[in-house]
Write a protein that binds this ligand. Structure first.
Ligand SMILES: Nc1ncnc2c1ncn2[C@@H]1O[C@H](COP(=O)(O)OP(=O)(O)OP(=O)(O)O)[C@@H](O)[C@H]1O
Ligand SMILES: [Mg+2]
Length: 574
């Protein structure tokens, strides 16, 4: 949707729906400023996003609270009522894992959780925007932009659209679907780095400057590399990602405490007192995020409170643990004490995985003889001095001139989602992760499989199931590049043609029934008017202009159009 063309749109709202934190930003169409929202209820420290948590009422089958209120409410529930509610976390990743329900025990639809959460964000955004205006904002005057991880498949994207409809962002009508844009998280982050973090305006940046964006979040770390070209950004190479976000560090912390107090005690504590268990983690989360450069310099020791109920279990089951704690922690057995070296140990496996991902991006850049001038660290995890130090030590003045940490790293994606929706043409090219094409019959050639031979009414030999490639994996595609092909019916009296779009991660492919090939979508074109016999063309085009590939099939004789969208995927590792 082009904002200039669509006079109706008065405000663009971008939503960063993250694994652990979510938020929104907005901008009116008459101004360039992008406004961030920070007034989240119960936020422990200032941050542009709130918690992606829901406190779900099982009997009413609806959200009871969300954001930071969710763990707060969980803590207040009397033990007798604990089974009536569920504290839902990290449900975004369940979508990617293809799970329909939150868990086998709690049969809450993941789609319902996402829709309920988006509805709350929508209401908050709507309220905020209307207090800033005369209040006469209509639904159809808002353009929404939802960010999606680069890993997401076509199916995930469809689910996200469904959730957006259910949340009331847009209606079900196909005309309204234009009011929802999907932005790829690394691209949104790159726009932020370009415009907010690195340079005062795009025209100041020497063309050809290249930079890597490392978006380190709660669940994942996503990496993309871009080059500044006139009026926008080219993407160099494949974006990549790994599940080495900051929540992995939380798992390491759990491992450490479990080793310290024993698995049986931890399991007991978890099952009997889930809200107290949560408090232990909340305390860890607060302290982990507050460990800054000054803490490192002063060798600050983190002291995480041991909840009362855990104290009780330890005393009842194995009080010798207190001696162990006391010996290890210089006499302190009231808290879990973590010295700087211990914190570094807890961070290490996650940082090692992150470094491995960045190394791989550099190998890929070297392979293509591409340079990289800067690394930008964004995402909430990028505020960690341990992460900053590791990245600087390894790459600054060696692989890049400088490692840049923007002043508000957590805001990159949400800010960039608005910038992207306002001007999507800033992104000039993308790299295709997959090879895309359609199934067709091609003239039979030597070496083709005999069982695929098909002979038409005129005796001409064809080979069935051939993969006609539109774009190859790892190819850089200019935004707006359209690939068009014409196809003709195989039989004179054929009354319909089915255009089957396939994809594969392989660069070379011959038949559509090879193991690595997946059917992406099927478009059925009506050709019931057979008057022109063989002379009836179907023109198929694939448009790589957006984050979604637009596939269009046109019955040339009738002019009727059929279309479908496929998400433009990129490379990802688990
Ligand atoms: N100083 C810090 N050290 C380590 N982790 C931190 C620090 N500050 C914030 N974080 C972590 O950053 C995460 C939030 O970052 P962000 O908002 O980018 O996540 P997200 O967008 O939800 O994640 P994803 O992009 O993976 O979906 C939280 O897990 C938080 O614990
Ligand atoms: Mg994120």
């Amino acid at each position: 949707m082009n904002l200039k063309k669509n006079q109706k749109i008065r405000v663009v709202v971008g939503i960063d729906f993250g694994t652990s934190r979510s938020g929104f930003a907005y901008s009116f169409s008459f101004e360039s400023q992008i406004k961030l929202y920070r007034d989240w209820s119960l936020q422990p420290s200032p941050y542009v996003k709130t918690l992606t948590d829901i406190f779900w009422d099982l009997s009413k089958k609806q959200l009871k609270s969300w954001g930071w209120e969710a763990p707060e409410d969980m803590g207040k529930i009397p033990t007798a009522k604990i089974n009536d509610y569920v504290h839902c976390r990290k449900f975004k990743m369940l979508l990617y894992e293809g799970k329909e329900y939150y868990s086998d025990k709690e049969r809450i639809l993941v789609l319902d959780l996402i829709a309920s959460y988006l509805k709350e964000i929508k209401n908050t955004a709507f309220k905020q925007i209307t207090t800033n205006t005369t209040g006469l904002l209509k639904e159809e005057e808002i353009l929404w932009c939802l960010t999606v991880p680069t890993i997401w498949t076509n199916e995930n994207k469809d689910m996200m659209r469904k959730a957006a409809v259910k949340a009331g962002l847009i209606s079900e009508s196909s005309a309204d679907s234009e009011r929802l844009k999907l932005a790829l998280e690394p691209e949104a982050a790159a726009l932020y780095c370009l415009e907010e973090a690195g340079f005062s305006s795009i025209s100041d940046v020497p063309q050809g400057t290249s930079f890597m964006v490392v978006d380190a979040g709660g669940g994942t770390v996503d990496i993309s590399v871009h080059k500044v070209v006139s009026d926008g950004l080219d993407t160099i190479g494949l974006s990549s990602g790994g599940s080495c976000g900051s929540t992995n560090i939380d798992r390491e912390f759990l491992k450490y405490v479990t080793n310290l107090i024993g698995k049986d005690i931890m399991d007991d504590f978890h099952t009997k007192f889930p809200s107290e268990f949560l408090k232990l983690f909340q305390d860890w989360e607060r302290q982990k995020c507050s460990y800054d450069e000054k803490s490192i310099e002063s060798n600050r020791v983190l002291k995480i409170s041991i909840p009362n109920k855990l104290h009780r279990i330890i005393s009842e089951k194995r009080s010798s643990i207190y001696n162990k704690l006391s010996q290890l922690q210089e006499g302190d057995d009231e808290y879990i004490c973590l010295k700087r070296e211990k914190i570094e140990e807890i961070f290490k496996p996650t940082l090692d995985s992150l470094i491995l991902l960045v190394d791989k991006q550099f190998q890929e850049l070297d392979r293509r003889s591409n340079k990289c001038d800067y690394i930008f660290l964004v995402g909430g995890f990028a505020t960690s001095p341990f992460l900053q130090e590791r990245v600087k030590q390894r790459y600054e003045s060696k692989k890049v001139q400088k490692v840049v940490i923007p002043h508000d790293p957590g805001a990159a994606v949400v800010w960039g989602s608005v910038a992207y929706a306002k001007n999507p043409t800033r992104i000039r090219s993308r790299c295709s992760r997959l090879t895309y094409g359609i199934e067709t019959r091609m003239p039979f050639e030597d070496g083709d499989k005999e069982d695929k031979k098909w002979v038409n009414e005129l005796g001409k030999e064809y080979c069935d199931n051939r993969f006609d490639i539109f774009v190859k994996a790892r190819k850089i595609v200019k935004v707006g590049e359209k690939v068009k092909r014409k196809y003709y019916p195989s039989e004179k009296n054929q009354t319909g043609v089915s255009i089957d779009v396939y994809s594969t991660p392989e660069e070379d492919v011959y038949y559509i029934d090879e193991d690595h090939v997946t059917l992406e979508c099927r478009i059925v074109v009506d050709m019931s008017d057979t008057t022109d016999g063989w002379n009836r063309a179907v023109e198929v085009s694939m448009d790589f202009g957006d984050t979604e590939i637009q596939v269009e099939a046109k019955n040339v004789n009738t002019g009727k159009l059929y279309n479908h969208k496929i998400l433009f995927g990129v490379y990802y590792e688990n």
